[in-house]
Design a protein around this ligand. Structure first.
Ligand code: SF4
Length: 117
């Protein structure tokens, strides 16, 4: 038996109907929204591309120094939101705390969890 995926899956994204009855296209989430983007309101996680410890070749410099538990040539996925004890804010980051201070609960269970999302 062969599955007809074209029959099972919707041909396009579902559309959201407005009050007037006319359909509006659904808004796609912005995967690479910057720190100041509205999509990230209340979310204190950061991406590796927003970290001062990401080296030019994509290697985590904190891992090279042994500040995070990873191999010395660790090349993290750069665009995933995360909480990392090795995080170092870039000058453009509105929150200038380092990961070890910002998310101290990652390494010390007795510290309060300052996690928003
Ligand atoms: S220290 Fe953490 S957030 Fe920064 S580049 Fe390394 S893995 Fe990513």
């Amino acid at each position: 038996m062969q599955i007809d995926w074209d029959e099972l899956l919707p041909p396009t994204l579902p559309e959201k109907a407005s009050a007037g009855g006319a359909a509006e296209p659904m808004q796609e989430p912005v995967p690479d929204a910057g720190i100041a983007a509205r999509e990230r309101d209340g979310d204190n996680r950061r991406r590796c591309i927003e970290c001062g410890n990401l080296g030019e070749r994509g290697i985590c410099l904190a891992a090279q120094r042994g500040q995070v538990v990873a191999s010395r040539n660790y090349t993290p996925v750069r665009d995933i939101l995360r909480r990392c004890e090795g995080f170092a804010p870039l000058p453009t980051d509105p929150d200038q705390r380092y990961g070890i201070d910002k998310w101290g609960c990652l390494t010390d269970c007795s510290r309060p969890k300052d996690v928003t999302v």
